[in-house]
Design a protein around this ligand. Structure first.
Ligand code: GUN
Length: 297
């Protein structure tokens, strides 16, 4: 029997427990605050930010949302970040990526106060993660780690293949899996668009994590019997329905489920965990910045 890993259920459990941490902060007179900044007209980015804001509200995090016209000068974004960096009611800051071409992403990531960088993208936080002393683990790979943990997947000594080398998912994912400690100690291969024979790599893997944004790049014929498959991809493909599209992952779910021992669906797998772990990081940021001891789930 293949386990279909239910990210909604696992995410809901963690969010329920996070509400307890928010109550502890509340008793100390602290309301965690997350500021989201959107400088884009991309409908998908706008949807993601709205989902993040709604999730904040549901567990008692104060959501602050700032929209900046995509053709505004970069300075407008930086002065917004000045205000948010200095605002004591803001514990977490997230600039939704990508930003427009005339804004330097690297400069933006460097500009956010690292203690409020709940994405974990500031170079100081990236360095800490690589050094095995993370302050904030980026939400998507952290969410994948939790899915593996809650599903009881043994990572120690396992061969894991991460497909994708993005700063947001692929690189931090590989880093987390090689760290000493729980849901770590794996042997990790990172594959990408220049990998010579992807199937040869994935067929060796006990755990396959696909995060490239290419529908169907992995199918059942590329998997070892009993592999655990985590699909981070969210791709819009044309469909004969009201919306005219549907969401699919990077993995061909139907063929992969025949071979895998456990697999995440799209939607309903990794997606809800990304938002959950962003909330987790925001609650952690509030506790750290305000000096309140909280137990995080
Ligand atoms: N764009 C796609 N994923 C993310 C994310 O995790 N954080 C931010 N800030 N932007 C994104």
């Amino acid at each position: 029997m293949t386990t279909i890993i239910d990210g909604n259920a696992i995410g809901d459990d963690i969010r329920g427990e996070l509400e307890g941490s928010v109550e502890v902060l509340d008793e100390a007179g602290v309301t965690p605050g997350l500021a989201t900044v959107l400088m884009s007209e991309d409908p998908a980015s706008s949807t993601y930010v709205s989902m993040k804001q709604r999730a904040c509200e549901e567990i008692g995090i104060n959501g602050i949302h700032v929209e900046i016209e995509p053709d505004a000068p970069a300075d407008e974004l930086f002065s917004t970040l000045d205000e948010l960096n200095a605002d004591p009611e803001v514990h977490g800051i997230l600039v939704q990526m990508p930003v427009p071409d005339h804004v330097d992403t690297w400069e933006v990531l460097n500009y956010i106060n690292p203690a409020k960088d709940v994405d974990g993208f500031h170079p100081e936080n990236v360095g800490r993660l690589v050094a095995g002393r993370p302050r904030f683990k980026p939400a998507t790979p952290h969410g994948v780690q939790r899915l593996l943990q809650e599903t009881g997947v043994e990572t120690e000594g396992a061969d894991a293949v991460v497909i994708g080398r993005s700063d947001i998912v692929g690189k931090p994912m590989a880093n987390l899996l090689i760290q000493k400690g729980p849901v770590g100690n794996a042997t990790v291969t990172i594959c990408h668009s220049r990998t010579a024979d992807l199937a040869a790599k994935t067929r060796q893997a006990d755990i396959v994590i696909a995060a490239v944004g290419y529908p169907g790049i992995v199918d059942g014929s590329m998997l070892k019997e009993g592999a655990v498959v985590i699909d981070v991809g969210v791709n819009r493909v044309d469909a004969d329905n009201e919306r005219g599209y549907k969401l699919v992952g990077d993995v061909d779910f139907e063929s992969a489920r025949e071979v895998a021992s456990a697999i995440t669906p799209v939607p309903g797998g990794v997606g809800p965990m990304t938002i959950t772990m962003l909330l987790w990081n925001t609650v952690k940021a509030a506790g750290d910045l305000e000096g309140v001891d909280i137990d995080l789930p």
